[in-house]
Ligand binder design. Sequence first.
Ligand code: CP
Ligand code: NVA
Length: 316
Amino acid sequence: MLKGKSILSLMELNRSEIIKILDISAKLKEKRKRGKYPKLLKEKTLVSMFMKPSTRTRISFNEAMHELGGHCIDVTSSELQLGRGETIEDTARVISRYCDVIAARVFSHDHVIRLSSAASVPVINSLSDMYHPCQILADLLTIREKKGKFNGLKLAYVGDGNNVCNTLIIGCTQVGMHVNIACPKEYMPSQDAINFALKSTENNGGKIVFFDEPKEAVKDVDIIYTDTFISMGQEKEEEKRLKIFLPKYQVNRRLVEHAKSDFIFMHCLPAHRNQEVTDDVMDSINSVVFDQAENRLHVQKGLLCLLLLEESEIKI
Ligand code: CP
Ligand code: NVA
């Protein structure tokens, strides 16, 4: 079903494929807790390329391949001939001859599209300016673990309508959740992501609603999610952005009081503490940010297995 697919935005996956990834990931997580590491990807190699910094993605992909009995070669673009002008297409053709799957963190989403068009192996977008699919798969696993379901759950995203927000509205509406968005008009999520999410609510239930006031968006929600106001590559816009986002879009104790008492706070990390989120929310009992970070490992294992193996070969 998923074998051989490239995952660039989450738009490639339907509800049942997302649930399949979460189910396999949850099983692998359970096994790992008991010290069992099924070597499902023995003799498989991932090339994991980075054009921007990373802590969670780089280390979790590396560890995922190691635990599954495979191998990961991770490189930054400055270590490749790509950094000296070799084309993305030629790089993709060459790397495809050496490995079974490529993960790439790029600036422009177009670069990951070009990479996957020229590659003869599946390509995973490990963050572009537009989408962050692995993050949102880990977030969905976290939500299911904490709340036990998707249908009927309300999530509010407050802040920058960025790569994480775009993918979140795609993923959450695919699994039937209700999403409230509070972003400044200058920094709304992409129209492509919104259009996809609107279609998705027709097929899967759920809703997507836009708010001017963060306070209104978080009213009675089960989940509050935010991300940095200044993504990688936007450092020069810091002053302009902070003027727009602060203080209105900060997730702080006053704001979260409007959510349900058992709400969970989510953030993909890295957090800019006391900018988009205050310490008292980030370190509160409602915060699940480190569970999200851990789930990157489990979900990438599930995803890699499904992209590289037939389902009948995944014996856990
Ligand atoms: N959330 C996330 O992708 O973190 P890194 O930038 O550290 O990989
Ligand atoms: N929106 C952030 C996410 C980092 C994981 C960025 O692109 O920098």
